[in-house]
Design a protein around this ligand. Structure first.
Ligand code: UDP
Length: 329
């Protein structure tokens, strides 16, 4: 049995599906603060509650034979983390400490952690690999790096076995169109463009056209959520097969696309024309973030299946079927 915390969220729900499709039994723990109960795979056992709730964790560990834990349940808005840093340190760090302590108490020693490209800050490498220095520039990125460091210490001290996965820009939706991206507020580029093209928003803003990039807009590495989910299954297999693992892997496509290119690709996929408004830079946006995922490719054979156009096609399929997200279908 695998415990997936945050399994009602965007990336977590896709990982739940991937694990169950591969034959694993899954318990989902989620407080539904940002997740959706409709996103939880009906084949999973669902427990509603907080990841920092010691007695609830104890109950879960006593009731089920948990082989490994995947942890997706974090706050992840960079701007909010600057305004309310303690909310981030509380949930993303303190609650995770409680979780790890409870795991160790019940001799559950395999852990997969959702980390982020935000741990790198503003790197100057063309392709960011795991040896690049980590200098997060906001409390969100720092909270994730703190957990990574804590995991490493816990691995050395208590024999915890872990994989930290540093996601670049997660996007797209499951091909079934049944689960997908539904944030409130939505801040991510691809869902915002597609919601605009669906007539849900008047325009799409481009945050800055004066960056030092070929077309002046920021470049990101967009990676399909199903490719991310598949990487979790591979990491789980590594943890189940090897004795003690302490690894950090990047997850990206290795291809960078500018904001303008993303909007153009959305227009191409949908056959609709966007109303683009040029806006000021958004504070804290690095000009370019593109991953090298060679390490996980070489070690675990992970290879993304979806390019940008395929990512947008699956996202469009989801948004068309759920124009108002999960709750108001
Ligand atoms: N972006 C934009 N307009 C929007 C939302 C995002 O121009 O309405 C830009 C943002 O500044 C960044 C890129 O799109 O350069 C990706 O942003 P997103 O929030 O999707 O992901 P992030 O890279 O911040 O994790």
């Amino acid at each position: 049995m695998i415990l997936i915390i945050g399994g009602a969220g965007y990336i977590g729900s896709h990982a739940v599906k991937a694990c169950i499709d591969k034959g694993y039994d899954v318990v989902v723990l989620d407080n539904l603060s940002t997740g959706h109960d409709q996103a939880v795979d009906p084949r999973a056992i669902f427990v509603k509650g907080n990841l920092g709730d010691e007695s609830l964790l104890k109950k879960i560990f006593l009731q089920h034979k948990i082989q490994a834990v995947m942890h997706f349940a974090a706050h992840s808005l960079v701007g909010e983390s600057v305004q309310e840093p303690l909310k981030y340190y509380d949930n993303n760090v303190s609650a995770t400490v409680t979780l790890i302590k409870e795991m160790l108490r019940h001799n559950v020693k395999r852990f997969i952690f959702s980390s982020t490209a935000a741990t790198y800050g503003i790197p100057d490498a063309e392709l960011i690999d795991e040896t690049c220095p980590t200098n997060p520039i906001n409390p969100y990125g720092r909270s994730k790096l703190m957990v990574e460091q804590m995991l490493d210490d816990a691995a050395k001290a208590y024999g915890l076995s872990y994989v930290s996965l540093r996601y670049f820009n997660a996007a797209g939706a499951d091909e079934s169109g049944k689960i997908g991206e539904d944030h409130d507020p939505e801040t991510h580029l691809i869902p915002l463009v597609l919601q605009h093209l669906l007539g849900k928003r008047e325009s799409i803003s481009v945050f800055g056209t004066d960056y030092d990039t070929p077309d002046g807009t920021c470049i990101r590495d967009y990676i399909h959520v199903t490719d991310l989910a598949d990487a979790h299954v591979l990491a789980l297999q590594q943890l189940l097969e090897e004795d003690q693992v302490a690894e950090v892997y990047n997850l990206g496509n290795g291809a960078g696309y500018s904001v303008k290119e993303v909007i153009e690709t959305c227009e191409k996929v949908t056959g609709l024309k966007a109303n683009v408004v040029i806006a000021d830079r958004r504070p804290g946006d690095p000009p370019r973030l593109v991953a090298s995922s060679e390490k996980i490719h070489n070690r675990l054979g992970w290879k993304p299946k979806y390019d940008l156009e395929a990512i947008i096609q699956t996202a469009w399929h989801w948004h068309k079927q759920h124009p108002n997200g999960y709750d108001k279908e």
